[in-house]
Design a protein around this ligand. Structure first.
Ligand SMILES: NC(=O)C1=CN([C@@H]2O[C@H](COP(=O)(O)OP(=O)(O)OC[C@H]3O[C@@H](n4cnc5c(N)ncnc54)[C@H](O)[C@@H]3O)[C@@H](O)[C@H]2O)C=CC1
Ligand SMILES: O=C(O)C(=O)[C@H](O)COP(=O)(O)O
Length: 373
């Protein structure tokens, strides 16, 4: 059996070689000729898996080591009898870390006290629900919009209009979908911005095409919004440099780039291949996942948001990623492929011996391990 694999998927070397003839290639350059005698494909978001790539090939199984699967043409795969799988939730905690770090940086920059602010979350799946829980623990009011879930489950979901009217931050965590009742392509457009009431900060770490970059620029110019945090871009890896200069935080689609998230993404993909081909490694997981060099955090005081911001910064400095992209926007894809995957909050221990009980709880809700309290 033969498998073609994106050569930037970590933790994989020597694993699938036990079962397949393996060809590694940069995801963007995997082409139909590579797949002439391939049974399977293991990709990231950089390989468009559609008829153009797959027609006339014997590929019968695709695994993507990512949460998003908008690069897989599901309708084509169904017609062609190709089974595919993604890695649900694999890097959700990494995106939570990115969004929480960004909210704290924005609150600091604009001297906003989180206690009086409302975060609107659009899309409450693996990522959105984690962010909702953390934000509540940080003292924000949280509103959640998720019409597909609302229809199925009922519960405390609000309309998009309520999010637009009441939010100081709005963060998007929807999949990119092109059709259907809940399609998300360009859901954030001039009409969306026209209905905002409180000059919110907009955060997009979902997919670039969910938001119109031109509409975002108009909203920034007309001061309908206070600012923006953008991790995902229309037409990646090309970046609209004018937009980049206007936003507060600009990063090269790395919100999900944690060591733990990558390990899970690879593991879920290998496990899916194992189930499909009967490889007998249905529970496979990388044997060693790097920990942080310094995993102990010693908070200096009990001032909640300041202490938490300092702890968050000691795990991840989102402004360093911002600076990297701002200094060289043309390096978008290189910044991603050379990225030094960070560790998530759960890989750090906060020394709780001098923290009050309320702050211990908050650190735990953010995702840290707290010891000694
Ligand atoms: N920037 C990055 O590095 C990363 C980006 N992502 C993106 O984030 C997206 C969300 O990830 P997860 O939370 O894990 O996905 P998920 O599938 O667990 O949750 C998505 C949620 O969005 C809801 N939804 C769908 N259409 C909607 C609409 N029109 N309005 C409101 N809600 C809607 C769904 O009902 C679901 O609850 C992924 O599809 C991916 O595109 C994911 C990981 C990393
Ligand atoms: O998981 C997803 O969905 C993402 O957007 C990933 O973080 C992107 O990962 P790569 O395709 O760059 O591995």
């Amino acid at each position: 059996m033969k498998i073609v694999i994106d050569d930037k998927i970590p933790f994989l070397e020597g694993i699938l070689e036990n079962y397949f003839e393996v060809v590694y290639k940069p995801g963007k350059f995997i082409c139909r000729t590579d797949l002439q005698d391939a049974d399977a494909l293991l990709v990231r978001t950089r390989t468009q898996c559609n008829g153009l790539l797959l027609n006339g090939t014997p590929v019968k199984c695709i695994a993507t080591a990512t949460i998003g699967h908008d690069h897989i043409d599901a309708a084509y795969c169904k017609k062609a009898g190709i089974k595919w799988s993604n890695a649900p939730g694999c890097n959700a905690w990494a995106v939570q870390q990115y969004v929480i770090a960004s909210i704290l940086e924005m609150a600091q920059k604009y001297s906003m006290s989180l206690n009086n602010l409302t975060l609107g979350i659009v899309g409450a799946g693996h990522v959105g629900s984690k962010i909702a829980e953390t934000a509540l623990a940080l003292g924000l009011n949280v509103l959640v919009n998720d019409p597909p879930r609302a229809l199925k489950e009922g519960g405390d979901f609000v309309s998009l209009e309520t999010i637009q009217a009441e939010s100081d931050f709005i963060s998007f965590h929807v999949p990119l979908t092109l059709e259907g009742d809940y399609k998300t392509i360009q859901m954030v457009d001039d009409h969306f911005f026209a209905r905002l009431k409180k000059m919110p900060i907009i955060i997009n770490s979902s997919r670039g095409e969910v938001m119109s970059g031109d509409a975002l620029k108009r909203a920034l110019i007309s001061r309908v919004i206070r600012g923006a945090v953008v991790d995902v871009w229309e037409n990646e890896p090309t970046v609209d440099v004018e937009l980049l200069r206007m936003v507060d935080i600009a990063t090269p689609h790395i919100a999900g780039y944690s060591v733990e998230g990558k390990a899970k993404g690879t593991a879920y993909a290998v496990q899916a291949l194992s189930r499909h081909f009967g490889l007998g490694i249905d529970n496979w997981y990388p044997s060693s996942v790097p920990s942080p060099r310094n995993s102990i955090i010693e908070p200096k005081n009990n001032v909640p948001h300041k202490t938490i911001l300092e702890a968050v910064r000691s795990t991840y400095r989102v402004m360093i990623d911002d600076n990297g992209l701002r200094s060289n926007p043309r390096n978008f894809e290189k910044l991603r492929t050379d990225y030094n995957f960070r560790n998530e909050f759960s890989s750090f221990q906060v020394d709780g011996s001098n923290l009050d009980a309320k702050l211990v709880k908050r650190f735990q809700k953010v995702g840290f391990i707290v010891t000694g309290y």
